[in-house]
Design a protein around this ligand. Sequence first.
Ligand code: ATP
Length: 508
Amino acid sequence: MSSGKALVVFKDALLRPQHHGKNLFTNPLSLDILPTQKWAVTGTHKSRLLQALAGQFTAVPASSRTYPFLENKVWPATACSLIMFDTDIKPAYLAARYEFFREAEDADLESFLRSAFHADKTDTAAIEKQEKVFNEVVDRLGLRQLLKQWVVTLSNGQNRRARIARGLLKSPRILLADEPFLGLDPGATENLANMLGELYPNPYVILGLRAHEPVPSWITHMAVADENGIVDAGTKEAVAPTIKKLIDQRNALFHDVEPFDFEAAGMTPPLREGVESIIDIDHATIQYEDRMVINDLKWVVKRGDRWHLRGNNGSGKSTLLSMLTADHPKSWNSKIKMFDEPRKVGKHNYFSINRAIGHASPEIHAIFPKTLKARSAAATGFTVGSFLPPAASAHVAGGLNKEQMYERVNKLLEYFKVDGNTTFGDLTLNDQKVVLFIRAIIRNPEILILDEAFSAMNDESIFRCKKFVDEWGGTVIAIGHVNDEIPRCDKYIRLHGGHTKPEQGLVE
Ligand SMILES: Nc1ncnc2c1ncn2[C@@H]1O[C@H](COP(=O)(O)OP(=O)(O)OP(=O)(O)O)[C@@H](O)[C@H]1O
């Protein structure tokens, strides 16, 4: 496919959003991407640069951004497939993932993937080629056995692989993927990195990576972008000092974060006296039809414990957490004890269970309403099991009135540097994740569940959240594939997705 002509050329290009005039980078961009070079972009504004490379935004003058390798009449924005992992597959509510009943508009994975096809149905050669690509992509991304599964039931890592597959099935000339390895387990990361390298140049691939992330060995060139524009670009070796500087700045950030004043916010350690086991699961098993997901789990969480819940994508981590939060139909099981009491219908309900729990996860993010102001969005954490801010008369454990609740919200928003007046949907992805973290912690819960809660946050927010949780006094259960993105933990439990019993130990 390679014609030798450049893929993308920016020549003093000013980039602007379609409908208003402010430049997206302060300085004009200049960059040549040749077909023999394999690029990754990084830096604070890498996503914006990827969007610009994918033909989004208006280039001024129009001739300052060209795609010389494309034939006339091919529209760059359709020749490029940009995959960015904000949340766009939404179940209507949290428990929907685990329910048997499906709405007509829910799609199984195969239909979801095939909806990317656009070949003329009478063109048998094109159809045949599509099928070949379909089979190859499905097998290489380990999706074959999931094809009949509803998309909403896929685990986060499976969902990511599905979206990368769909991006590839659109047969783009250039595939641009922003942080494609985020949330993937190490095996899936290696597999995907190899696959993208082997596919090149069908399609050409441009990756967006965080500066401290390992760079796939086949990448030859890197560009670094910040708010001013492209600050460095060239061979991987030539750009290495700039990237090292970014990593050093990042590490320094962690030491610069000031501690949060828990006492001033009235958030003293929420450890219930006289109760040893916060959670006690006695030999529980979960399976879907013939697929065992959780195999004979025996797990005791003691007050003040800090657990890292580990396991490959699809090994059952979120399923286990959904049993704790009563989002899973199998939650109503006397094999699950909380605070030494076996769970019983009639005695316990969703609200009584979740009163003790603060929870942030990609699933909550996917269904969270976009229209609340950030301040009200964070305050919804005071209302158990609801996305509504607390009513004027509301009191939470600890007896706060509305004014005191918002005083705590404001302290946290200030510490985490989020503007409380901005509407949730208008916040950056980073700030949305931070607001959902604040929402999880706002009630000072006895148990804090962080399911990939820090992934997709920027470095400063990750460090602030980690410092906060490290110094907070309650019981913590955290999921994260990258150690960098979980708070301090002292014990771990590793799930194996039903093949083998879970294993437990002390964090090394
Ligand atoms: N309703 C369902 N029907 C069938 N399979 C399901 C259903 N819900 C979940 N699964 C499957 O159960 C397995 C466990 O999913 P879970 O989300 O718990 O994994 P996970 O360990 O959290 O993965 P990840 O690291 O990717 O987030 C996956 O294979 C998923 O596809």
